[in-house]
Ligand binder design. Structure first.
Ligand SMILES: Cc1cc2nc3c(=O)[nH]c(=O)nc-3n(C[C@H](O)[C@H](O)[C@H](O)COP(=O)(O)O)c2cc1C
Length: 319
């Protein structure tokens, strides 16, 4: 049973200043965000953590229409991680605006809406509706989704399609746009260039990595969908490597996502050029994980007498 008591978190004033970062024009009190799909719509976690101690809240991916997602089983544990095939279940953008934004608008923490669609027009439409609704500080575009007009190939694996979808959003709205890249490509730098040219204001790396777990007794896949997305500490070195590679061509700030459980994990990303980070799978283990990561980063900054901003890219790759 998870206790409902909110933990007491102490970050003194000087440490708080050391944690501030800016992403795509958004001033964040600290660099720790909750990753989309692992933190519901925020309100579900309110009894277990202090939402106002987070850098930003990224909500579950939103589509134009509500989605029930894939049949069960949809989640299976793996060594140092999990495989999920939730199938982007969500309430749909209208219900989000009507029922979920009310609560989120009252928070002092910026809310980032993660969006996905089946066509370029879907993304554009979603972006416009969310901007009109007010109360959303930025958009995060999930491009790891099949493009139905292009035979189902994911937007995020084709630089031309990725450019189209990101341009459609950046040209339609004034809200800052963050593009979340799929790791399922040969050279991440090609995708970074494509979305950057399309006007994205920041880039998140990485989404989950496709995987398959087999039940050998039943000789069946563990997930009803057969394939799922691998997340958790198992993918962290891959994600850190991709942030590092992305930086060689990126001019916009990078946000690291993949296997962050502790402040140390988050600092790996920051030292390898991430300006901010997202905590995902760790929320399933501890609903207060993201706040604990922020507190741990504050401790590191104090010990090293450094501000987070000065740590970005602080890894010395070679002597
Ligand atoms: C259950 C689950 C649902 C997810 N749903 C979404 C989603 O709706 N949109 C999205 O962009 N990423 C989604 N993700 C990916 C996460 O936001 C995150 O990028 C990824 O899991 C890697 O970080 P982690 O290892 O800290 O979980 C989901 C991940 C999990 C585990």
């Amino acid at each position: 049973m998870i206790k409902k008591a909110k933990p007491k978190v102490k970050i003194d004033k000087k440490a708080a200043l050391a944690l501030e970062v800016e992403i795509a024009g958004l001033e964040l009190r600290n660099p720790v965000m909750t990753a989309s799909g692992t933190f519901g719509y925020g309100s579900e976690f309110a009894p277990y953590t202090d939402l106002e101690k987070l850098g930003a809240i990224i909500v579950k991916g939103l589509s134009l229409k509500p989605r029930h997602g894939n049949p069960s089983p949809r989640i299976v544990e793996t060594p140092c991680g999990m495989l999920n095939a939730i199938g982007l279940q969500n309430v749909g953008v209208e219900a989000f605006i009507k029922n979920k934004l009310l609560f989120l608008r009252k928070l002092k923490t910026p809310v980032i809406a993660n969006i996905f669609g089946e066509t370029v027009d879907d993304y554009r439409e979603l972006a416009l509706r969310l901007e009109d609704a007010g109360g959303v500080a930025a958009l995060e575009i999930n491009i790891s989704c099949p493009n139905v007009k292009k035979g189902g190939i994911a937007f995020g694996t084709d630089p031309v399609e990725a450019h189209k979808v990101v341009s459609a959003v950046t040209s339609a709205v004034r809200l800052p746009v963050i593009t979340k890249l799929s790791p399922n490509v040969t050279d991440i730098r090609v995708m970074v260039r494509a979305v950057q040219d399309a006007g994205t204001n920041a880039i998140t790396l990485i989404n989950t990595i496709p995987g398959l777990v087999v039940d050998v007794e039943k000789r069946r896949p563990m997930l009803a969908n057969v394939i799922g997305g691998l997340s958790g500490p198992a993918i962290r070195p891959i994600a850190v490597r991709m942030v590092w590679e992305a930086k060689s061509v990126a001019k916009v700030p990078l946000i690291g996502s993949g296997g962050i459980i502790s402040a140390n994990d988050a600092l790996e990303f920051i030292l390898a050029w991430a300006t901010a980070v997202q905590v995902g799978t760790a929320n399933f283990l501890d609903p207060d994980a993201a706040v604990k990561v922020a507190v741990g980063i504050a401790g590191y900054c104090k010990r090293h007498n450094a501000a987070v901003k000065s740590l970005v890219g602080g890894m010395k790759a070679r002597e």
